[in-house]
Design a protein around this ligand. Structure first.
Ligand SMILES: Nc1ncnc2c1ncn2[C@@H]1O[C@H](COP(=O)(O)OP(=O)(O)OP(=O)(O)O)[C@@H](O)[C@H]1O
Length: 335
């Protein structure tokens, strides 16, 4: 069945019980997005934003309280078997058997998906080649590096030739080189093989690099959607970041700068001040002058083109870093 969209989520709501006498936690609060075939969709959000809950619903491991979702054209609530056949799922934790070899893991997985022994062996060889693991095919997986294990995990998700692949935080814990290697592999899968990929991540750089389309998730909702380039291009002008020597405890800096012309979206978090300006070259002297006049010491200033962090800030009112930091302490969102 040809799908207009390979992935489609409409107004998904999911609540979890939050314990005695507490209102239920609203993990998804009307989450909506749509992705055409062959695109890498990045679901970007801090811990607790609702990414894993979304993936669980789309892979039929969990049910939404309300709303609908379709994967490869199939309804996740009503056509679960068809959805399961159409998807590959690479969980955060490896599903390979560390005591078995790479090729044994792949062949077993192929057999579970119903391939004949001969087809499973052929598919395993193809995938080992594809992920540059042929030389290590006969070694136990426990001897693999982190990057090799992750590549094998992705290969395991592809054994049955799915149309949509789910990657849950695929590069967490990998060193920069292994991360870049996996980024190349994933980019190739979508680019040359027409696979649709849903990738969850809390790395801004990963989202920027890999996602053809990005959905920024915050508190159970998609707050912004588009290609990373388009989202950044919507923010005109420059970003100014000022590191203050002391935190702006009483809001003096915020008030002071709010009065300056040409400065918008001023956010002060601890020692860091961020603002959007039409032109960095003219705004910086004005900002520094105003701070100096009030004897507020500054340790560093940078001017840059808008980043995804600025996009996040624009739509949520907080920086990505502070949202990550606070995610663990948050009381949760009452339903
Ligand atoms: N089984 C559960 N029972 C109760 N609360 C849950 C359950 N699963 C998730 N939650 C809560 O729902 C919210 C969304 O969680 P979810 O795991 O979807 O977020 P996430 O964006 O994937 O974060 P992470 O990057 O940490 O996996 C969080 O506040 C989380 O604590």
């Amino acid at each position: 069945m040809a799908a207009t969209h390979a992935l489609e989520a409409t107004e998904l709501v999911k609540t979890y019980p939050a314990g005695r006498k507490k209102p239920p936690l609203r993990a998804l609060d009307g989450l909506t997005f749509a992705v055409p075939e062959g695109v890498v969709l990045g679901l970007l959000g801090p811990n607790g934003a609702g990414k894993s809950t979304t993936v669980k619903i789309l892979t039929t491991l969990s049910r939404a309280d309300s709303g609908t979702a379709r994967v490869a054209g199939y309804d996740v609530a009503k056509q679960q078997d068809a959805v399961r056949r159409a998807i590959g799922y690479v969980p955060q934790k490896s599903s390979s058997d560390p005591m078995a070899t790479g090729v044994e893991n792949l062949v077993l997985s192929g057999r579970i998906f119903g391939l004949s022994r001969q087809d499973a062996v052929r598919r395993a060889a193809e995938l080992l080649e594809r992920f540059d693991l042929t030389e290590s095919a006969d070694r136990q997986v426990r001897t693999y590096s982190g990057g090799m294990q992750r590549k094998l995990d992705v290969a395991l998700g592809l054994v049955h030739r799915p149309r949509v692949l789910f990657l849950d935080e695929p590069t967490t814990g990998l060193d920069p080189e292994a991360r870049a290697d996996l980024w190349n592999e994933v980019g190739r899968l979508a680019g040359t093989e027409g696979l649709t990929v849903l990738l969850t991540t809390h790395y801004l750089e990963e989202a920027d690099r890999l996602a053809g389309q990005l959905a920024i998730v915050d508190r159970g909702k998609v707050v912004a959607e588009g290609s990373p380039e388009a989202l950044k291009a919507e923010l005109r002008g420059d970003s100014v970041h000022v590191e203050l020597v002391d935190p702006d405890a009483d809001g003096t800096v915020q008030r002071l700068l709010s009065g300056l012309p040409g400065l918008g979206e001023i956010v002060v978090e601890g020692n860091t001040l961020r603002a959007r300006v039409d032109r960095g070259a003219t705004a910086v002297p004005a900002v520094l002058g105003a701070l100096e006049e009030k004897a507020i010491p500054v340790s560093a200033v940078t001017v840059s083109r808008p980043s995804l962090d600025d996009v996040y800030l624009r739509y949520t009112g907080r920086s990505f870093k502070s949202a990550e930091k606070n995610a663990g302490n948050e009381e949760g969102r009452a339903a």
